[in-house]
Design a protein around this ligand. Structure first.
Ligand code: CO8
Length: 276
């Protein structure tokens, strides 16, 4: 979120260093001032409550370090993030579901409302909560032959309004409505055509380079003016989200607890077990 202490100009940046949590690492390049937040929860960066807490604290760390920008990427060579951890939602009690959703909300609002330029180097598949991380950023570069999108309706849950508005920052309403109601996953090539991503790249290095170029495109722009302008596009959505935080948690808990949704999750986990 844009706080007054982020607006102080000329604050000194700490020396380059690596920080890590259990499921993330953060590398701040001393020369460029750009921070790379890497998701590292093998095999698919599925988001359990601890991982979401780690992502949030890494974002906070990057904001507090006065980095020039934030790039989010994955340590996996195939998957950016598979979204919420289905095994964490399956047969979970209401308290566990509520915690998971609250942590997801915290990540979203920290990334979507970041005062920094944010970019996603999407070096693998990005369904559901993986797509959410990309959508919260301002720029997306993605590897070919992957999928990205909000497929929640296929699981019997729905993308919340705050995320729908995030989609609408990027996609034309007609495309967003159809994709959300279908639970559509776009291929990389389709995502570029519709504007869901900005660029197709051939390697993770190229994705990082494009993200860095995006962040450096603001070098000559006053950072306070930039952040305030970004918030003109995002503040209303964040305000509405904050007003409805608890209802949003309750809605998710109630949807995710429905027997038919639990069955979809159980079937998914069983299908993978039976492949072995
Ligand atoms: N949660 C838990 N485990 C998972 C998940 C997941 N989301 N995704 C994959 N896994 C597990 C698999 O079960 C498998 O486990 P095991 O090794 O024990 O068999 C392992 O990870 C590897 O998976 P795959 O073999 O499928 O790996 P691939 O590289 O072939 O495919 C994919 C990667 C494309 C990411 C694929 O795994 C996939 O499609 N996963 C499911 C993605 C999905 O539907 N996620 C939805 C989660 S719900 C959510 O995020 C809601 C987000 C918030 C939005 C608002 C809505 C309410």
């Amino acid at each position: 979120m844009l706080h007054l202490n982020h607006l102080r100009l000329g604050a000194r940046r700490l020396p380059s260093r690596l920080m890590s949590t259990k499921f993330t690492s953060v590398e701040i390049n001393d020369k460029t001032g750009v921070a790379i937040l890497t998701l590292c929860r093998p095999p698919v960066n599925s988001q359990n409550a601890q991982m979401l807490r780690d992502i949030k604290s890494s974002i906070d760390e990057i904001e507090n370090n006065k980095s020039k920008g934030l790039i989010i990427t994955s340590a996996s060579s195939k998957v950016f993030s598979a979204g919420l951890d289905i095994s964490e939602m399956y047969k979970a009690d209401k308290e566990k579901l509520s915690t998971l959703w609250t942590e997801l909300q915290n990540v979203w609002v920290a990334l979507y409302g970041s005062s920094l330029p944010t970019a996603a180097a999407i070096n693998g598949h990005a369904p559901a909560g993986g797509c959410l991380l990309g959508v919260a950023c301002e720029y997306r570069a993605m590897l070919p032959k992957c999928v990205i999108g909000l497929n929640e309706t296929q699981l019997g849950i729905i993308a919340p309004e705050w995320l729908v508005f995030g989609y609408l920052n990027i996609l034309p309403p007609r495309v967003a409505e159809r994709a959300l109601t279908q639970g559509r996953l776009f291929t990389t090539e389709e995502a570029l055509k519709e504007g869901l991503i900005d660029e197709i790249v051939n390697s993770k290095d190229e994705a990082l380079e494009k993200c860095q170029n995006f962040i450096e495109s603001f070098d000559k722009v006053n950072s306070v003016a930039r952040s305030l302008t970004k918030m003109q596009f995002r503040a209303a959505n964040i305000k509405e989200f904050e007003k409805n935080r608890q209802k949003d948690v309750d809605d998710f808990v109630s949807l995710a607890s429905r027997p038919e949704v639990q069955k979809i999750m159980g079937d998914y986990l069983d299908k993978n077990k039976s492949k072995k």
